[in-house]
Design a binder for this molecule. Structure first.
Ligand code: AMP
Length: 420
């Protein structure tokens, strides 16, 4: 084998890619229900765009960026898309032309992580961003949208955890509060968290190491109060979620590792995922638009990991979906020439079809038709050519009949209409 894929990347072969398409299709339907519009941003951006927005001390910027450096420029492969969407929103003056806007996207993201189950270096986000509002109703709608998406994907048994980080001032005070309490017992911290104590103390709250967990459990976070305005916002969000019957858990220890998050944050986990149990996560980022040079506007978004959705989606009948495909076997030069016309006519009539391009024998070609689960086979040999007919074999019943060439397309169309 001359080449292998890079560790932490994945080939998504057709059998699996079909399921990706199913998920993507139902996601588009749900996004449409909530009036989200598609957006596609580049996968490379200026490195500084991420450094500035995600935070110099964030895990992603410190350890996980895929950097591309050439003589003059420093680019990075995007580790997530929120920042790019905000950049695109501002660069294209959408803040001035439409103000409030809702976007969704699906695409690859890149993080230089140690590959393990559920953790890749190239993975895919299915996410959305609503930019231009601080209204708590939008937080409610956004969480409802995440919930609806999972239902549409037939994902069950997930948990929605929500928390509020408060505004920037609250976050700074929380960091101070944590630093004080944690410093008293800092011997319990793992090596990473000892560093985080100085650089990104909030992150200690979601460290999974035993010592850190023990310490965090003694912090009595309930002693810390966010400002009245942020508390009112959060109360509105939780009341709203209750009013539409969305089940969630309040999770005071939930923090997000990126600088840009403020107020409502949420994470959706699934027990079947093991150590990497987050299906998706998101939250408000009310300062990011301004931070990137735009007006002071609130925003909120989230992203699911596609690979993780596929790990837990209970898609019915996980086999390759039934293939309504007609397979033409043309035997000999002349039949092949005629075959091209038949294929063209079938496709013009919206009938999916294919043929043998490997000059197989009749037996070999029939085997191939069977392997690719064709529903009908058309056989065009010398005899059929002479008589102006085609032999049509139904691959399910095995029944074989002769059909006049002129009525072939019509016949097949009615057959498909009967057995779509
Ligand atoms: P994040 O931006 O880290 O909150 O990511 C949102 C979601 O993307 C996570 O909840 C995961 O489902 C997924 N995700 C993040 N990083 C990876 C990764 N390295 N490999 C696979 N999925 C990931």
């Amino acid at each position: 084998m001359p080449y292998k894929k890079i560790p932490g990347t994945k080939d998504i072969l057709p059998d699996e890619a079909l399921w990706w398409e199913k998920i993507e299709l139902s996601a588009r339907d749900i996004f449409r229900l909530y009036n989200y519009q598609p957006i596609r941003t580049p996968i490379i951006e200026e490195e500084t765009l991420f450094n500035r927005s995600l935070g110099q001390t964030s895990e992603i910027v410190q350890k996980q960026m895929f950097l591309i450096k050439n003589k003059e420029d420093n680019y990075a492969l995007r580790p997530e898309a929120t920042v790019s969407v905000v950049r695109a929103y501002l660069e294209n003056n959408i803040d001035k032309t439409s103000g409030f806007a809702k976007f969704y996207y699906m695409g690859p993201m890149f993080r230089f992580e140690r590959p393990q189950k559920g953790r890749l270096r190239q993975f895919h986000h299915l996410g959305c961003e609503a930019i231009g509002s601080t209204d708590p109703s939008l937080d409610i709608e956004t969480i409802a949208l995440a919930d609806d998406l999972l239902k549409a994907f037939s994902v069950f048994g997930y948990k929605i955890k929500i928390n509020t980080l408060g505004c920037d001032k609250d976050k700074a005070m929380l960091a101070e509060f944590l630093r004080k309490r944690i410093s008293e017992k800092k011997d319990l911290l793992c090596q990473d968290c000892s560093r985080r104590l100085e650089t990104n103390v909030l992150r200690i709250l979601d460290c999974k190491k035993t010592g850190c967990r023990q310490l965090v459990n003694t912090l009595q976070l309930e002693d810390f109060k966010i400002c009245a305005e942020c508390q009112t916002h959060f109360n509105r969000v939780s009341d709203g979620l209750n009013s539409i019957g969305i089940k969630y858990e309040l999770s005071p220890y939930l923090v997000r590792g990126l600088d840009y998050y403020t107020r409502t944050v949420f994470e959706i986990t699934h027990g079947e995922l093991g150590a990497q149990d987050a299906l998706g996560a998101g939250g408000r980022y009310d300062n990011l638009v301004k931070e990137l040079g735009g007006p002071a506007q609130g925003a909120i978004g989230f992203a699911f990991g596609m690979e993780r959705i596929l790990l837990v989606a209970k898609l019915q009948d996980r086999q390759t979906p039934k293939n309504n495909l007609v397979y033409l076997i043309a035997l000999g030069e002349e039949a092949k020439r005629g075959g091209i016309k038949i294929l063209s006519e079938l496709r013009k009539n919206n009938i999916a079809c294919d043929t043998d391009y490997e000059n197989k024998s009749l037996k070999g070609a029939l085997r191939r038709a069977n392997d690719i689960k064709a529903s009908s086979v058309l056989i065009l040999g010398e005899d059929e050519l002479k008589r102006g007919i085609i032999t049509v074999k139904n691959m399910l019943s095995g029944e074989q009949r002769e059909v006049k060439r002129e009525v072939l397309v019509e016949e097949l169309r009615s057959q498909y209409a009967k057995n779509p």
